[in-house]
Design a protein around this ligand. Structure first.
Ligand SMILES: Nc1ncnc2c1ncn2[C@@H]1O[C@H](COP(=O)(O)OP(=O)(O)OP(=O)(O)O)[C@@H](O)[C@H]1O
Ligand SMILES: [Mg+2]
Length: 269
Protein backbone atom coordinates (compact mmCIF):
# COMPACT_ATOMS: atom_id res chain seq x y z
CA UNK A 1 0.00 0.00 0.00
CA UNK A 2 1.31 3.47 -0.85
CA UNK A 3 -0.71 5.15 1.89
CA UNK A 4 -1.73 3.51 5.15
CA UNK A 5 -2.75 4.49 8.63
CA UNK A 6 -2.63 2.25 11.69
CA UNK A 7 -4.39 2.91 15.00
CA UNK A 8 -4.91 6.51 13.81
CA UNK A 9 -6.55 8.49 16.60
CA UNK A 10 -7.64 12.09 17.15
CA UNK A 11 -9.19 13.51 20.32
CA UNK A 12 -10.74 17.02 20.24
CA UNK A 13 -11.99 18.89 23.28
CA UNK A 14 -11.49 15.74 25.37
CA UNK A 15 -13.73 13.72 23.04
CA UNK A 16 -12.37 10.86 20.90
CA UNK A 17 -13.30 11.70 17.31
CA UNK A 18 -11.26 9.07 15.43
CA UNK A 19 -10.83 5.89 17.44
CA UNK A 20 -8.03 3.88 15.83
CA UNK A 21 -8.43 3.90 12.06
CA UNK A 22 -6.76 1.54 9.60
CA UNK A 23 -7.07 3.25 6.21
CA UNK A 24 -5.33 2.01 3.07
CA UNK A 25 -5.06 3.67 -0.32
CA UNK A 26 -3.26 2.71 -3.50
CA UNK A 27 -1.26 4.97 -5.79
CA UNK A 28 -2.92 5.86 -9.06
CA UNK A 29 -6.35 5.60 -7.44
CA UNK A 30 -8.84 7.97 -5.83
CA UNK A 31 -10.36 7.00 -2.49
CA UNK A 32 -13.65 8.66 -1.46
CA UNK A 33 -13.89 9.38 2.26
CA UNK A 34 -17.55 9.40 3.24
CA UNK A 35 -19.55 9.83 6.44
CA UNK A 36 -22.20 12.01 8.05
CA UNK A 37 -21.67 15.62 9.19
CA UNK A 38 -19.34 15.56 12.16
CA UNK A 39 -18.07 12.03 11.43
CA UNK A 40 -14.46 13.24 11.49
CA UNK A 41 -13.61 13.37 7.77
CA UNK A 42 -12.01 16.83 7.85
CA UNK A 43 -10.34 15.96 11.14
CA UNK A 44 -8.76 12.92 9.46
CA UNK A 45 -7.19 15.13 6.79
CA UNK A 46 -6.15 17.89 9.20
CA UNK A 47 -4.31 15.30 11.30
CA UNK A 48 -2.32 14.19 8.25
CA UNK A 49 -1.38 17.80 7.46
CA UNK A 50 -0.36 18.53 11.06
CA UNK A 51 -3.18 21.05 11.55
CA UNK A 52 -4.64 18.81 14.29
CA UNK A 53 -2.74 16.50 16.61
CA UNK A 54 -3.13 12.84 15.62
CA UNK A 55 -1.73 9.66 17.18
CA UNK A 56 -0.83 6.28 15.73
CA UNK A 57 0.80 6.19 12.33
CA UNK A 58 0.09 7.42 8.81
CA UNK A 59 2.60 6.59 6.10
CA UNK A 60 3.03 7.59 2.47
CA UNK A 61 5.70 5.62 0.60
CA UNK A 62 6.93 4.37 3.98
CA UNK A 63 7.43 7.89 5.44
CA UNK A 64 5.50 8.46 8.67
CA UNK A 65 3.66 11.76 8.28
CA UNK A 66 2.89 12.09 11.97
CA UNK A 67 6.54 12.18 13.01
CA UNK A 68 7.74 14.07 9.89
CA UNK A 69 8.73 17.73 10.07
CA UNK A 70 6.23 20.33 8.81
CA UNK A 71 8.51 20.92 5.81
CA UNK A 72 8.49 17.24 4.82
CA UNK A 73 4.71 17.03 5.26
CA UNK A 74 4.27 20.11 3.09
CA UNK A 75 6.46 18.54 0.40
CA UNK A 76 4.45 15.32 0.36
CA UNK A 77 0.90 16.60 0.76
CA UNK A 78 -1.35 18.76 -1.42
CA UNK A 79 -4.40 19.89 0.56
CA UNK A 80 -7.61 21.59 -0.52
CA UNK A 81 -9.34 22.61 2.70
CA UNK A 82 -13.10 22.79 3.29
CA UNK A 83 -12.73 26.41 4.46
CA UNK A 84 -10.82 28.52 1.94
CA UNK A 85 -10.65 31.81 3.90
CA UNK A 86 -6.83 31.61 3.84
CA UNK A 87 -6.91 32.42 0.11
CA UNK A 88 -8.01 35.98 0.86
CA UNK A 89 -4.58 37.54 0.24
CA UNK A 90 -3.43 40.43 -1.92
CA UNK A 91 -1.61 38.30 -4.51
CA UNK A 92 -2.71 37.16 -7.94
CA UNK A 93 -3.45 33.52 -8.72
CA UNK A 94 -0.29 33.38 -10.85
CA UNK A 95 1.87 34.84 -8.07
CA UNK A 96 0.42 32.32 -5.62
CA UNK A 97 1.19 29.47 -8.03
CA UNK A 98 4.83 30.60 -8.20
CA UNK A 99 5.04 30.99 -4.43
CA UNK A 100 3.52 27.55 -3.84
CA UNK A 101 6.41 25.92 -5.70
CA UNK A 102 9.13 27.27 -3.41
CA UNK A 103 10.68 24.23 -1.74
CA UNK A 104 8.15 21.81 -3.23
CA UNK A 105 8.79 18.06 -3.55
CA UNK A 106 10.84 18.63 -6.70
CA UNK A 107 13.26 20.83 -4.81
CA UNK A 108 13.64 24.54 -5.34
CA UNK A 109 12.14 25.42 -8.69
CA UNK A 110 13.99 27.83 -10.96
CA UNK A 111 12.05 30.90 -12.09
CA UNK A 112 11.47 29.53 -15.61
CA UNK A 113 10.40 26.06 -14.43
CA UNK A 114 8.02 27.54 -11.89
CA UNK A 115 6.48 29.85 -14.50
CA UNK A 116 6.02 26.99 -16.96
CA UNK A 117 4.45 24.79 -14.31
CA UNK A 118 2.13 27.55 -13.08
CA UNK A 119 0.91 28.08 -16.66
CA UNK A 120 0.51 24.34 -17.26
CA UNK A 121 -1.59 23.97 -14.12
CA UNK A 122 -3.88 26.85 -15.09
CA UNK A 123 -4.32 25.23 -18.50
CA UNK A 124 -4.91 21.74 -17.08
CA UNK A 125 -7.78 23.04 -14.97
CA UNK A 126 -9.01 25.58 -17.52
CA UNK A 127 -8.27 28.52 -15.19
CA UNK A 128 -6.11 30.75 -17.42
CA UNK A 129 -8.61 33.61 -17.18
CA UNK A 130 -7.97 33.91 -13.43
CA UNK A 131 -4.16 34.20 -13.63
CA UNK A 132 -4.05 37.92 -12.86
CA UNK A 133 -7.02 37.97 -10.47
CA UNK A 134 -6.74 37.79 -6.68
CA UNK A 135 -8.55 34.71 -5.29
CA UNK A 136 -10.14 36.87 -2.57
CA UNK A 137 -12.05 38.70 -5.31
CA UNK A 138 -13.35 35.55 -6.97
CA UNK A 139 -16.53 33.53 -6.43
CA UNK A 140 -16.61 30.55 -4.06
CA UNK A 141 -16.42 28.03 -6.90
CA UNK A 142 -13.60 29.88 -8.68
CA UNK A 143 -11.67 30.02 -5.43
CA UNK A 144 -12.18 26.28 -4.91
CA UNK A 145 -10.67 25.53 -8.34
CA UNK A 146 -7.69 27.80 -7.65
CA UNK A 147 -7.12 26.04 -4.34
CA UNK A 148 -6.87 22.77 -6.30
CA UNK A 149 -4.36 24.32 -8.73
CA UNK A 150 -2.25 25.45 -5.75
CA UNK A 151 -2.30 21.93 -4.29
CA UNK A 152 -1.34 20.25 -7.59
CA UNK A 153 1.38 22.69 -8.64
CA UNK A 154 3.53 21.42 -5.77
CA UNK A 155 3.55 17.86 -7.26
CA UNK A 156 2.24 16.14 -4.10
CA UNK A 157 2.51 12.41 -3.43
CA UNK A 158 -0.69 12.55 -1.38
CA UNK A 159 -3.58 14.77 -2.49
CA UNK A 160 -6.22 15.55 0.15
CA UNK A 161 -9.44 17.11 -1.13
CA UNK A 162 -12.04 18.19 1.43
CA UNK A 163 -15.32 18.48 -0.50
CA UNK A 164 -13.47 19.83 -3.58
CA UNK A 165 -16.61 20.36 -5.66
CA UNK A 166 -19.03 21.62 -2.98
CA UNK A 167 -19.16 25.08 -4.61
CA UNK A 168 -18.90 24.03 -8.28
CA UNK A 169 -21.57 24.08 -10.98
CA UNK A 170 -22.44 20.91 -12.89
CA UNK A 171 -19.94 21.38 -15.72
CA UNK A 172 -17.09 22.27 -13.38
CA UNK A 173 -17.86 19.31 -11.08
CA UNK A 174 -17.34 16.96 -14.02
CA UNK A 175 -14.33 18.77 -15.50
CA UNK A 176 -12.48 19.19 -12.23
CA UNK A 177 -13.04 15.63 -11.02
CA UNK A 178 -12.11 14.27 -14.45
CA UNK A 179 -8.87 16.29 -14.27
CA UNK A 180 -8.16 15.05 -10.73
CA UNK A 181 -8.71 11.38 -11.54
CA UNK A 182 -6.62 11.60 -14.72
CA UNK A 183 -3.83 13.42 -12.84
CA UNK A 184 -3.96 10.83 -10.04
CA UNK A 185 -3.60 7.98 -12.53
CA UNK A 186 -0.96 9.58 -14.73
CA UNK A 187 1.23 10.89 -11.89
CA UNK A 188 0.59 7.71 -9.86
CA UNK A 189 -0.21 9.67 -6.69
CA UNK A 190 -2.66 8.81 -3.90
CA UNK A 191 -5.81 10.95 -3.78
CA UNK A 192 -8.27 11.03 -0.89
CA UNK A 193 -11.44 13.04 -1.50
CA UNK A 194 -14.32 13.84 0.85
CA UNK A 195 -17.75 13.95 -0.79
CA UNK A 196 -21.35 14.49 0.26
CA UNK A 197 -22.54 13.92 -3.30
CA UNK A 198 -22.81 10.14 -3.66
CA UNK A 199 -23.13 10.35 -7.43
CA UNK A 200 -19.77 12.07 -7.75
CA UNK A 201 -18.19 9.51 -5.42
CA UNK A 202 -19.80 6.73 -7.45
CA UNK A 203 -18.47 8.10 -10.72
CA UNK A 204 -14.97 9.30 -9.82
CA UNK A 205 -13.75 7.30 -6.81
CA UNK A 206 -12.06 3.99 -7.52
CA UNK A 207 -12.38 3.05 -3.85
CA UNK A 208 -14.67 4.18 -1.05
CA UNK A 209 -14.35 4.28 2.73
CA UNK A 210 -17.16 5.20 5.13
CA UNK A 211 -16.47 6.61 8.59
CA UNK A 212 -19.04 6.01 11.31
CA UNK A 213 -18.89 6.52 15.09
CA UNK A 214 -15.15 7.15 14.88
CA UNK A 215 -14.43 3.85 13.10
CA UNK A 216 -14.08 2.59 9.53
CA UNK A 217 -17.54 1.16 8.79
CA UNK A 218 -16.55 -0.29 5.40
CA UNK A 219 -13.94 0.15 2.70
CA UNK A 220 -13.13 -1.35 -0.69
CA UNK A 221 -13.82 -0.82 -4.39
CA UNK A 222 -16.58 1.76 -4.85
CA UNK A 223 -18.87 -0.56 -6.80
CA UNK A 224 -19.04 -3.05 -3.91
CA UNK A 225 -18.84 -0.54 -1.03
CA UNK A 226 -21.12 2.33 -2.05
CA UNK A 227 -24.23 0.19 -1.56
CA UNK A 228 -27.73 1.00 -0.26
CA UNK A 229 -27.01 -1.27 2.73
CA UNK A 230 -23.92 0.68 3.81
CA UNK A 231 -25.62 4.03 3.08
CA UNK A 232 -28.57 3.02 5.28
CA UNK A 233 -26.26 2.03 8.13
CA UNK A 234 -24.01 5.10 7.93
CA UNK A 235 -26.46 7.87 6.96
CA UNK A 236 -29.78 6.36 8.07
CA UNK A 237 -31.17 6.98 4.59
CA UNK A 238 -33.02 4.60 2.33
CA UNK A 239 -31.26 4.82 -1.08
CA UNK A 240 -31.59 3.13 -4.45
CA UNK A 241 -28.66 2.29 -6.71
CA UNK A 242 -29.70 2.83 -10.34
CA UNK A 243 -27.95 1.72 -13.49
CA UNK A 244 -27.34 4.60 -15.94
CA UNK A 245 -26.35 4.23 -19.60
CA UNK A 246 -26.55 0.46 -19.50
CA UNK A 247 -24.38 0.10 -16.44
CA UNK A 248 -21.69 2.63 -17.40
CA UNK A 249 -22.54 4.58 -14.22
CA UNK A 250 -24.32 3.80 -10.98
CA UNK A 251 -26.52 6.61 -9.66
CA UNK A 252 -27.47 6.80 -6.00
CA UNK A 253 -30.99 8.12 -5.36
CA UNK A 254 -31.84 8.95 -1.73
CA UNK A 255 -35.51 8.09 -1.11
CA UNK A 256 -36.16 8.90 2.55
CA UNK A 257 -34.68 9.13 6.01
CA UNK A 258 -35.20 5.80 7.75
CA UNK A 259 -37.89 5.74 10.45
CA UNK A 260 -35.32 4.88 13.12
CA UNK A 261 -33.41 8.11 12.36
CA UNK A 262 -36.33 10.57 12.28
CA UNK A 263 -36.21 13.42 14.77
CA UNK A 264 -32.83 12.34 16.10
CA UNK A 265 -29.96 14.75 16.45
CA UNK A 266 -27.52 13.33 13.94
CA UNK A 267 -24.23 13.06 15.77
CA UNK A 268 -21.89 10.38 14.66
CA UNK A 269 -18.48 11.07 16.14
N1 LIG B 1 -11.53 22.25 17.63
C1 LIG B 1 -12.46 21.37 18.00
N2 LIG B 1 -12.75 21.13 19.30
C2 LIG B 1 -13.69 20.24 19.66
N3 LIG B 1 -14.38 19.49 18.78
C3 LIG B 1 -14.16 19.69 17.48
C4 LIG B 1 -13.17 20.63 17.01
N4 LIG B 1 -13.15 20.58 15.65
C5 LIG B 1 -14.08 19.67 15.30
N5 LIG B 1 -14.67 19.13 16.38
C6 LIG B 1 -15.71 18.09 16.38
O1 LIG B 1 -15.15 16.95 15.77
C7 LIG B 1 -16.16 16.26 15.03
C8 LIG B 1 -15.65 15.99 13.63
O2 LIG B 1 -15.53 17.22 12.91
P1 LIG B 1 -15.11 17.24 11.39
O3 LIG B 1 -14.98 18.66 11.00
O4 LIG B 1 -13.94 16.36 11.20
O5 LIG B 1 -16.39 16.56 10.70
P2 LIG B 1 -16.66 16.23 9.19
O6 LIG B 1 -16.84 14.75 9.06
O7 LIG B 1 -15.65 16.87 8.31
O8 LIG B 1 -18.10 16.91 8.99
P3 LIG B 1 -18.72 17.79 7.76
O9 LIG B 1 -19.25 16.77 6.78
O10 LIG B 1 -19.82 18.54 8.42
O11 LIG B 1 -17.66 18.69 7.20
C9 LIG B 1 -17.41 17.11 15.10
O12 LIG B 1 -18.29 16.55 16.04
C10 LIG B 1 -16.91 18.46 15.57
O13 LIG B 1 -17.88 19.10 16.36
MG1 LIG C 1 -15.66 18.46 7.04
Amino acid sequence: MSFATADYRVTLGGKPILKGLAVEATQGRTLALLGANGAGKSTFMKGLCGLTKAQGSATIDGIDLLSATPVVRAQLIGYVAQDLAHLDVRLSTYELLLLAQQGSSRGWATGKDAQRKASEMLELLGLQRFAERQPGELSGGERQMISLALALVRSPRLLLLDEPTSALDLANQLQILEAVSTYTRQQNIVTLAIFHDMNLASRYADDTLMLHHGHVHCSGPTRTTLTPENLAQVYGVDCRALSVDEGTYTAIYPVSVLESMRGQAITTA
